[in-house]
Every structure is written in structure tokens, then in C-alpha cells.
Design a protein. Structure first.
Length: 533
């Protein structure tokens, strides 16, 4: 997002000077007149189209959908209750999944890291150096040594490991923390995708053997895959990062990758790293093995680190949102149902209000997160558009005619389909619809992902696919120089070049005569390429 776009959003937050059309199913002349009066004062909606101006659309969807508010500092965002609720649901899910892995203890480590600790692992600090924010003064005095605001916590957690691990009985050691980190991006920030401060889950583990570490890397990656696919209804690709793209200081990095068809860009959705013994050497993390060693030397541990951030919310918005705004999967929606009274002039508004509250109570009693919108001086059509923009999965309308028939009108956010449902059947029907919407959102996103993948074998095919905003699967010789060349040769005037996203675990057949699409050398693997966030 450019500076001008941020300024545009900031100036529009108070005026809401945008419009989206709303439609009433049961409104009187009085209600329509009130709606016209309301529109004179404040118009509601998103002005940009997702397929035409994605950057503006995404920024407006996040802001007007009430996920974030811009702060006074560029790149720092305030998480509003909807985003906070999504993150808390995701956290609860993750905590339950980590319980299944066994022996994962939740801890919370300090935010400040001494310079000498951060610089112990050369490759590690070089990878983060451009993003590290430093604290150099306290009050009126310079600090004797600068402290880094954590960009990640390997160098603050591993001295703790060194002090706590003594023998094989202390292993495996697994810790997880839910904290915020600071990475002072030099490029333009994007809300919930690339910010200068964000929340994340950060796990670290130590094992006696490489085999145990390798096993956990994939176990955690599978957890991340389930978070995206089961909770957020976002399909992802599991694979391994190239040597160039792996985490600084790791032996290897695995990731789940998402893709945004509207922009033709990939998103690194979560990562699980095998750190090998690199950090164990730097921080002297050793243990007495089970077997007595004649030389009495201790063994070094094998380590992993793994993380998932609030970027997951941004990926979800990019995947499901439409021109009206957010489309939230029911499992993570702050409100799964909004109940809206639809009064006629002269109708018993108090009775309608009571019945709406009764509907909400019955749904909440069944475990459905529901809210009643009884805001005054807002017409029904305005409310419909407002809640559509906020992405609530189901809308229930209740007016005098519905009371007569002992029913309600139910509208789906994802498809716009409407249906009349008897009150006696409402709770079960709503629960079924929420499950159906969750499945349908994933199915639609999965189909779009599959339609976006293009398999190529030549440089010309690759460039054509890239121009078509495709996720490109190509045979590669696995050489860094070739990877660098592809990035350089695909740069645009205002656009970064293409790079490797991941080498998928599920590999297509590689013939003996298959050549690298970029170098013409014998290919070693099939790899996903594309531009990315």
C-alpha cells in the first residue's frame, strides 16, 4: 500500500464518504424515506473493485470492515474487535493442536535483546539486519549497549535453553509464546500482511536427535495447514523453501503458501524451520546423552522454530472478500449471525424487538455467535450493506409479516441467497447453513487456486504464465544463480521479480530428460514460482 493510499484511508475514516447499494425485503414508504435522509448525511461502502484496484479495495475492506484502524505511525495498526476475535479463535485452536503434540509449554520471554546476543549467529542477524529496530536511549541517557526490539526470539530463548537443559531427561524441550514482534520494513507496509509490528505465535524446541526434530517440523506444518484450511477456509500448498529463501540460520525451512488470484501473488502463510545444530553451537546448548561417553563430551541438541502471525487474517480477507467487503468464514467470525428488525410504519416495534432478541437468545443458547442490530435512525437497507461489508455469514430479517407467518428471512453473505425459515426450525437450519458456508468458501477458494496453477517447461511459457497472474509450477535445476537470474529478468518498472515460493512435497513426475525452464540444465525438482507479498 502506498503512502497516498494510506492517507486516503485516514481522511475517509470519519466521513465514510463511500457508497454500496442496500436492498430491503420488507420496508415501508416511511423506512425508505428515512434511508434517503440517512444517505444525505453518510453514505456507506467500498469504492474500489477487487479485480480492478486490489490495493485500494483491500485497504478499504480492512478498514471499513472494522478489522483495523490506522495509527499515527505508518505501518502500525490498531486491531479492532473483529480482528482480535479472529486471532483469539485461532489461538485457541492452535493451543489445542499444540497440546496434542505433547510437552509444549507456554511461556513469555522479554522483548529486548542485547546486541551481542543477537549478533552471535552471523547468518541470523544478517537476514534480519535491515528490519531490526534498536533502543539506544533511556530517558536522558544513552544506554551502554543498544537493545533490539525482537524481530524473532531465537537469540533470547536459547540462552534459557542452555541454562535449563542438562541431560537427556530434559529433552525434548518445547516452548511456545504469543507475543508481538517488530520488523521495521523499509518497503510500503500492507495492513495485516506486512506491518512493522504484528502479533504472532512463536514456537521453539530442542531434541536429542535429528530424526525427532525432522518429525516435528512436519507435524507443526500440518497444524498450520489445518489452521488455514479448517478454520480460515483458505487452501494452502505445503513445501520446502529454497536455500535462498530459507530462514536465516536454519538448515532448511518448510512453509504453507497461499495464493491470491486477483493479484497473481503468493503469500508465505506460515513457516516451520529445522535449525539443525547451528544455534546449539553458538549458544552452547548441550546435554549428557543416555549412554556414557568415554570422552565425557556432551552432545549438542537439535532445534526447530516455527511461527504463524496475524498475516493469516490478511490472507483470509484477500481470499474470500468481494466488492461488498469482507466475507468471513463462520468458524472465525466475531458474529456468525446478525438479526435485523424490519418494522413497518405503525407496526408494533417493541414486539419486533422482543422477538429479535428471542431469536438471538435461542441461537446463542445453541452456541451460535449472534447479535441484534437495533441502531436507531438507520434504515434497513443501510444496515444490510453495513453488515455485508463486515462479512457476517448470515443475516436474519424479522418484520410484521414474518411474525404473522412465524418465520424469518435468512440471507447468506457468500452467495446472497435468501430463504424463509420457520422459527421452529431456525436453530438447526442456521447451524446447517453455517457449516455449509464454511465448506463452500473452502471449495470455491480451492477451485480458484487450482485454476490459477499453470505448469510450464520453457522460459517463454513461464513469462506468459507470469503475465497472466498465474502460480507457476516449473522444473528447476535448484541452483541459486539461476534463481537470482529469474528474479532479475522478471522485474518490472514498479514490480519485483518472480521468485521461488516453495518446492511442493507432492511432486509431479520428473522425467529423466526434463530440463530446467530457465537454465536448460537437467531439472532436479518441480517448484512453484511467482511474485509475492
Amino acid at each position: 500500500m502506498s503512502k497516498s493510499e494510506e492517507e486516503d484511508i485516514a481522511t475517509s475514516t470519519s466521513s465514510q464518504s463511500l457508497q454500496v447499494p442496500g436492498k430491503e425485503t420488507e420496508a415501508s414508504v416511511f423506512a425508505k424515506r428515512k434511508e434517503k435522509e440517512m444517505k444525505k448525511e453518510t453514505r456507506l461502502g467500498i469504492s474500489a473493485k477487487k479485480e480492478e484496484d486490489f490495493a485500494s479495495w483491500y485497504s478499504q475492506a480492512c478498514r471499513f470492515g472494522e478489522l483495523i484502524t490506522l495509527s499515527d505511525t505508518k505501518g502500525l495498526y490498531i486491531l479492532e474487535p473483529t480482528a482480535t476475535k479472529i486471532w483469539n479463535i485461532l489461538r485457541s485452536y492452535m493451543d489445542a493442536e499444540l497440546e496434542k503434540l505433547g510437552n509444549v509449554e507456554e511461556k513469555k520471554f522479554p522483548m529486548l535483546i542485547k546486541r551481542d546476543s543477537l549478533e552471535k549467529e552471523k547468518d541470523h542477524i544478517e537476514g534480519f539486519k535491515p528490519e531490526v529496530a534498536w533502543v539506544t536511549r533511556a530517558g536522558e541517557h544513552d544506554l551502554p549497549t543498544p537493545y533490539a526490539l525482537r524481530p524473532t526470539s531465537e537469540t533470547i530463548i536459547y540462552p534459557y535453553f542452555r541454562n535449563r537443559i542438562r541431560t537427556h531427561r530434559d529433552l525434548p524441550m518445547k516452548v511456545n509464546q504469543w507475543v508481538n514482534v517488530v520488523r521495521w520494513e523499509v518497503s510500503d507496509p500492507i495492513p495485516l500482511i506486512r506491518g512493522r509490528e504484528f502479533d504472532w505465535q512463536e514456537g521453539h524446541s530442542a531434541f536429542a536427535t535429528k530424526e525427532e526434530a525432522d518429525e516435528e517440523v512436519l507435524e507443526v506444518l500440518n497444524v498450520y495447514s489445518r489452521v488455514y484450511e479448517d478454520l480460515l477456509a483458505v487452501p494452502v500448498i505445503k513445501g520446502r523453501k529454497s536455500e535462498k529463501e530459507k530462514f536465516a540460520g536454519a538448515d532448511y525451512t518448510t512453509s504453507v503458501e497461499a495464493f491470491v488470484p486477483a493479484t497473481g501473488r503468493g503469500v508465505q502463510a506460515a513457516t516451520s524451520h529445522c535449525l539443525g545444530q547451528n544455534f546449539a553451537k553458538m549458544f552452547e546448548i548441550t546435554f549428557e546423552d543416555k549412554e556414557v561417553r568415554k570422552d565425557k563430551k556432551k552432545s549438542m541438541v537439535w532445534q526447530n522454530s516455527w511461527g504463524l502471525s496475524t498475516r493469516s487474517i490478511g490472507v483470509m480477507v484477500m481470499t474470500h472478500g468481494d466488492d461488498k467487503g469482507l466475507v468471513l468464514p463462520p468458524k472465525v467470525a466475531r458474529y456468525q449471525v446478525v438479526v435485523i428488525p424490519v418494522p413497518f410504519k405503525g407496526a408494533d416495534t417493541k414486539r419486533i424487538s422482543r422477538e429479535c432478541q428471542a431469536v438471538r437468545a435461542s441461537l446463542q443458547g445453541a452456541g451460535v455467535r449472534a447479535v441484534v442490530d437495533e441502531r436507531e435512525n438507520y434504515a434497513c437497507g443501510w444496515k444490510y450493506a453495513d453488515w455485508e461489508m463486515k462479512g457476517v455469514p448470515l443475516r436474519i430479517e424479522l418484520g410484521p409479516r414474518d411474525l404473522e407467518k412465524n418465520q424469518v428471512r435468512v440471507a447468506r453473505r457468500d452467495t446472497g441467497a435468501k430463504m424463509d425459515v420457520l422459527r421452529v426450525d431456525l436453530v438447526e437450519r442456521v447451524k446447517d447453513l453455517l457449516e455449509e458456508i464454511q465448506r463452500d468458501l473452502y471449495a470455491v477458494a480451492k477451485r480458484r487456486l487450482e485454476e490459477s496453477i499453470q505448469k510450464v517447461e520453457t522460459w517463454d511459457e513461464f513469462k506468459e504464465a507470469l503475465r497472466g497472474k498465474k502460480l507457476v509450477l516449473a522444473p528447476w535445476c535448484d541452483e541459486v544463480e539461476v534463481e537470482n537470474g529469474v528474479k532479475e529478468n522478471t522485474k518490472g518498472e514498479n514490480e519485483a521479480g518472480a521468485k521461488t515460493l516453495c518446492t511442493p512435497f507432492e511432486q509431479p513426475e520428473l522425467r529423466e530428460d526434463t530440463l530446467c525452464f530457465a537454465s536448460g540444465k537437467p531439472a532436479k525438482k518441480w517448484t512453484y514460482w511467482g511474485r509475492s507479498y
